[in-house]
Ligand binder design. Structure first.
Ligand code: HEC
Length: 98
């Protein structure tokens, strides 16, 4: 019974929270930023786990606008095709990582 409830709660939570964001993270970000965004991407970026949603969105939009650090071209290629909704969804997902 307990287990059944836990499954119910989990599936309710994941359908409420940006499910797309998780798919985007796993598909487009995880290979460099690691599980739960806990790694410096390519050993170069800051660890973005713990960043809030607004900070992540601002950073991604910065890359879209040609700002960033020495490896900004890497990020530009990834975030350029993403819509504002994609960016918001993935930022919310990352900000929620524990
Ligand atoms: C090919 C590897 C790679 C992938 C895939 C990748 N990143 Fe990055 N990311 C980097 C690198 C390298 C940097 C540091 C760039 C720089 O010099 O500014 C970075 C920086 C960042 C930063 C800013 C951190 C800082 O150091 O200022 C954010 C936020 C970020 N990435 C989010 C994402 C998100 C969200 C995705 C998926 C949509 C993603 N990244 C996919 C390599 C990657």
């Amino acid at each position: 019974m307990k287990k059944f409830l836990a499954v119910l709660v989990l599936s309710a939570v994941s359908s409420l929270m940006a499910a797309d964001g998780m798919a985007i993270y796993n598909g487009k970000c995880k290979s460099c930023h690691g599980d739960n965004a806990s790694k410096p991407a390519l050993n170069k970026s800051q660890v973005i786990k713990g960043w809030d949603e607004a900070k992540i969105i601002a950073s991604i939009n910065g890359y879209k606008n040609g700002q960033g650090g020495p490896m900004k071209a890497t990020m530009l290629g990834i975030v350029k095709p993403m819509s504002d909704e994609d960016v918001k969804a993935v930022a919310a997902t990352i900000a929620a990582f524990k």
